[in-house]
Design a protein around this ligand. Structure first.
Ligand code: SAM
Length: 188
């Protein structure tokens, strides 16, 4: 099992043999957020994701693989994680990266229509869904259909006006930077 620990401003991973590796500096992350240099906003979901992962979700779904997939598998090593990827290059990269993680399944879905609908063909529902890929309004509709009672959805880049429609399906639990934690409007 791999643990994530925080020592002062640094987040470290502690591996099986007690090997410690620095993952990122919270101070540097926040400094860069404040200065907002180009590109850093792609990781501004980290505070909300870390908070949601503390609830120890057992079944996680994600659209858009990346650092988020690594954080999920590190913090929730016993969770089953399905990560949907449309880009073949990134699919190959992350599929290889998680080749020894039986609980992480990276799926390649290049077709835009199948991309959002893919989870409808999966058995069971999810405790946590992270929407950070393509076609996010449609993904939010499908996420809502595949959410367990009390489940949560994270939407990144919520400040983009085109996502207002999708966000309207939910109650906003919390917002941090340009990411929201959502719950279903209807108590399922
Ligand atoms: C908004 S990014 C997804 C970000 C992902 N949730 C993360 O935490 O990095 C959307 C797409 O960018 C691509 N991608 C993933 N990692 C990337 C990286 N390090 N640099 C550039 N593009 C990346 C993938 O095709 C992914 O589906």
């Amino acid at each position: 099992m791999v643990y994530l620990i925080q020592i002062k401003q640094y987040v470290w991973t502690v591996g099986k043999k007690g090997r410690i590796k620095m993952m990122f500096s919270i101070k540097r992350f926040v400094d860069r957020m404040i200065g907002a240099p180009r590109g850093i906003e792609q990781y501004s979901y980290i505070p909300i994701l870390m908070e949601a992962l503390k609830d120890n979700p057992k079944n996680i779904l994600e659209w858009g693989t990346g650092l988020s997939t690594s954080l999920m598998s590190l913090m929730c090593p016993n969770a089953s994680i399905v990560a949907i990827e449309h880009n073949y290059k990134w699919f190959l990269y992350y599929n290889y990266k998680f080749r020894n993680n039986a609980n992480v399944s990276v799926v390649y879905v290049p077709n835009i229509k199948n991309y959002s609908n893919y989870p409808l063909g999966l058995r069971g529902c999810f405790d946590l869904v992270f929407v950070d890929g393509m076609d996010r309004n449609k993904c939010l509709v499908v996420a809502n259909a595949k959410l367990v009672v009390g489940g949560r959805i994270i939407l990144h880049d919520v400040d983009r006006k085109e996502y207002l429609k999708g966000v309207g399906l939910f109650t906003v639990v919390r917002k941090c930077f340009n990411t929201v934690l959502l719950k279903s409007l209807v108590v399922k």
